[in-house]
Design a protein around this ligand. Structure first.
Ligand code: APR
Length: 180
């Protein structure tokens, strides 16, 4: 498979150009990876997010879109915040919205000359997206992007637990075997 890595790690420790935050529409922090990234980046991160325009009250980044800020105290130069869909059974447009998170994040990465980027398993925690389905979307969108736009960009799927690592590894093996 092209330059895609799958690791089990804390994304806040990764020395890459950009890490991706699984945020909420306020962009003012939360729990999970959002909380970890804000803790590690320091208070300047939430201050930078607060400066981003609200499209409507308390919405700085609608679901499926992405916004970029500096990484401040993180090793990563940038944080690309994206808001995944809350899983509601799969018939409310969740797959398309999740795919859009990856595409919009990669678009911002390209625009900012990011050469290495790490994703968490967007929507697979609090937002309840089934892991295997989400991982398949993640791998598909990244491979499509790498094949068409930026083969040199190194992409890391940063798994926080063994279950996530196993799910992403299974998808990657299937892709490698079938060349899809
Ligand atoms: N590094 C890498 N991955 C992490 C880390 C970390 N430090 N902490 C958590 N994760 C993983 C989770 O284990 C899960 O696999 O990130 C994935 C996404 O889970 P959540 O952080 O719960 O994100 P999500 O499901 O997209 O829900 C977003 O949760 O924290 C709030 O403000 C956030 O409202 C938003 C919602």
């Amino acid at each position: 498979m092209r330059a895609i890595e799958i690791v089990q790690a804390d994304i806040t420790a990764l020395r890459v150009d950009a890490i991706v935050n699984a945020a909420n529409e306020t962009l003012l922090g939360g729990g999970g990876v959002d909380g970890a990234i804000h803790r590690a980046a320091g208070p300047r991160l939430v201050a930078a997010c607060r400066e981003l325009p609200q499209l409507r009250p308390n919405v700085r980044c609608p679901t499926g879109q992405a916004r970029i800020t500096p990484g401040f105290d993180l090793p990563a130069k940038f944080v690309i915040h994206t808001v995944g869909p809350v899983w509601a059974g799969g018939s409310r447009g969740e797959p398309d919205l999740l795919a859009s998170c990856y595409r919009e994040t990669l678009r911002l990465a390209l625009e900012n000359s990011v050469r290495s980027i790490a994703f968490p398993a967007i929507s697979c925690g609090v937002y309840g997206y089934p892991l295997a389905a989400a991982a398949a979307i993640a791998v598909r969108e990244v491979r499509t992007w790498q094949a068409t736009l930026a083969p040199a960009t190194r992409v890391t799927f940063c798994c926080f637990g063994t279950e996530t690592l196993a799910a992403y590894s299974r998808i990657a093996e299937a892709v490698a075997e079938n060349g899809i």
